[in-house]
Write a protein that binds this ligand. Structure first.
Ligand SMILES: *Cc1c(COP(=O)(O)O)cnc(C)c1O
Length: 378
């Protein structure tokens, strides 16, 4: 192994990026003794709302709980079907199942790894109550052409925007388009709080229900509870709030987000230009003009992918596969349906090392290694 001589960061597929102020911000919360939801969490919610240009944002414990609570706050539950791409992180599907609903898996466009309007329309059934597009790689999913059809049938649009913090749909920020939108702030996402998530809901009533859901179904705020001898439990809920410790982390990340966004765009364009040399690797497009890219994915021949993965890992290059399709996972066997396009894509995709601590040299190094692996395994 000669990993010590590799360019910075090329050994990891993804990695959190710290700006330097995070530790001090976390340390400042410790003496308050308030480690659950608190004023710093609310400050973070307001900062997110300001950044996205919306009235309100509800912070929660993870991207997964954002999806579960988002679905539930919108009234999705048992008996309802939710359309979701099979090619996503398993959390999207587990969230639908946790809400008591049934996932209906669909294919994605191989060029973008995102769902299409036609794909969604073709999968509608009388039980469809929601569509959950995944903003794969940070790319906004344009379902505008079928928005009226979905609205007329009372079908909710709930975006899994775990990859897409900071991206835009045309001129509007993802999260401000009127769709119910869920973000993840886990360690490798565009913005991190250590662990956390956030939901942009469609109305103050939905936001109120989400806030109750994230704290045991209790309706009163912490301040209100301090001056009364009882509290109301209005409905179901668990502990899913965002800790002040995580919120303080997130406030620092948000303050410096523009540097991360610029770096991610730069890295993606550097990859795009370098990959033009490799005919056998097709770059998955993220619409870099409008997106803050989350990852960099190529498609190679299905017969070669696993071998290339092995070869590149053996050389210390942090390649990955995002994601193994969900429609064939044992946990989701009940909802399996044949998806030949996704089966094929699932054998072709390879994620290249992509995170803000990398430099141009690391990108060129990864692409050169990819080229050699393509030739040696063909
Ligand atoms: C990360 C991720 C999630 C889950 O977010 P967590 O914060 O890790 O719970 C959901 N969907 C997708 C597509 C993700 O990448």
């Amino acid at each position: 192994m000669q990993t010590t001589t590799l360019p910075a960061g090329v050994g990891r597929n993804a990695s959190p990026f710290l700006h330097g102020g995070e530790a001090a911000a976390i340390a400042a919360v410790l003496p308050t003794g308030q480690y659950g939801h608190g004023p710093v969490t609310e400050q973070f919610e307001q900062a997110l709302a300001h950044y996205l240009g919306v009235d309100d944002v509800v912070a929660v414990s993870s991207g997964t709980t954002a999806l579960v609570i988002g679905l539930q706050a919108a009234g999705i539950g048992p008996g309802d079907e939710v359309i979701v791409p099979s090619l996503t992180f398993c959390a999207s599907v587990q969230a639908i199942v946790a809400a008591g609903a049934a996932p209906r898996f669909i294919d994605v466009d191989p060029a973008t790894l995102c769902v299409t309007s036609d794909g969604v329309l073709g999968a509608l059934t009388p039980a469809t109550r929601a569509v959950m597009p995944v903003l794969y790689g940070g790319r906004a999913v344009g379902l505008d052409s079928i928005r009226d059809t979905l609205d007329a049938r009372g079908i909710l649009l709930i975006e899994d925007a775990a990859h897409a913090f900071g991206s835009r749909a045309g001129t509007r920020m993802v999260g401000s388009t009127g769709a119910l939108t869920c973000f993840s702030f886990d360690p490798i996402k565009n913005l991190t709080t250590g662990q956390g998530g956030a939901i942009v809901l469609r109305s103050p009533e939905e936001a109120r229900r989400a806030r109750s859901r994230r704290l045991f179904g209790v309706t009163q705020s912490r301040e209100e509870r301090a001056s009364i001898t009882s509290y109301g439990v209005e409905g179901p809920g668990l502990r899913c709030e965002l800790s002040q410790i995580n919120a303080a982390f997130g406030l620092v990340q948000l303050e410096h987000f523009s540097t991360v966004a610029a770096k991610r765009r730069h890295l993606w364009r550097t990859y795009r230009d370098a990959l033009r040399e490799l005919d056998a690797a097709a770059l998955v497009d993220v619409d870099v003009e409008h997106s803050v890219p989350f990852n960099c994915v190529v498609r190679v021949s299905a017969g070669q992918r696993d071998k290339m993965f092995e070869v590149l890992r053996g050389q210390g290059i942090g390649v990955g596969v995002h994601y193994p399709p969900n429609h064939s996972q044992p946990a989701f066997a009940t909802w399996h349906r044949p998806l030949p396009v996704t089966d094929e894509i699932g054998r072709q995709i390879l994620s290249l090392p992509f995170h803000p601590a990398m430099n141009d040299e690391a990108v060129h190094y990864a692409v050169a290694a990819l080229g050699r692996a393509l030739r040696s395994t063909s």
